[in-house]
Design a protein around this ligand. Structure first.
Ligand code: AMP
Length: 191
């Protein structure tokens, strides 16, 4: 079983790299952003709550997010038997602690964390471009600015959290998707 966290700022390429990884390694992909957007599309209560946070570029509260993640994992036990790529989770230290506890309870663990490093000006350009192409409602300059601030304040401390555990692999994420994937593959093979 191979459990991997794809870590990085919004626009760093977590989703793009995860898509290739699931095909290469037969892993199950959980993007918490996709899970929330699906709830919004279906108009569920959770979707209504999530939309308020997402449109402001803020994080969904930890307790709620941890419950959502656990239920996605438990609902997909069979698909996830080779392992899971966690994309966009954890985003806070309490979420990372909850993930460790959750995996331990299920008799498994995190094998590694792949961090994609991309300078802020490139992140902003990529997100604005994605906003134009996909119409994703939080890819506008105002929301992008708060998402990056939230990343710097609440999410980037996870780098130290995972570095201390010795499982962090930081990768230069500025190249094209194929070039970055070669680096991701090397990191995974070293796990
Ligand atoms: P993403 O698609 O990963 O960029 O996530 C889009 C938005 O969903 C984020 O800006 C947050 O508002 C929310 N979100 C996704 N994952 C999480 C998480 N692990 N914790 C809290 N909020 C999240």
């Amino acid at each position: 079983m191979l459990n991997i966290v794809m870590f990085g700022a919004p626009g760093s390429g977590k989703g793009t790299q995860s898509e290739v990884l699931i095909k290469t390694y037969g892993l199950f992909h959980i993007s918490t952003g996709d899970v929330l957007r699906d709830h919004i599309k279906r108009g569920t209560d959770l979707g209504k709550t999530a939309k308020e946070y997402i449109d402001k570029g803020q994080l969904i509260p930890d307790e709620l997010m941890v419950d959502i993640l656990a239920s996605v994992v438990d609902d997909n036990k069979e698909a996830a038997q080779n392992g899971v790529i966690f994309d966009g989770f954890p985003r806070t230290i309490p979420q990372a602690e909850a993930l460790d506890a959750m995996l331990e309870k299920r008799g498994t663990k995190l094998n590694g964390v792949i961090g994609l490093d991309v300078p802020e000006d490139i992140l902003i350009a990529r997100l604005l471009n994605r906003g134009k192409e996909t119409g994703r409602s939080d890819d506008n300059l105002e929301t992008i600015t708060s998402r990056l601030e939230v990343y710097n304040n609440q999410t980037s401390p996870l780098k130290e959290f995972y570095a201390k555990k010795g499982i962090l692999h930081m990768i230069e994420g500025t190249g094209g998707p194929e070039a970055v994937f070669e680096l991701v593959k090397k990191a995974i093979e070293s796990m």
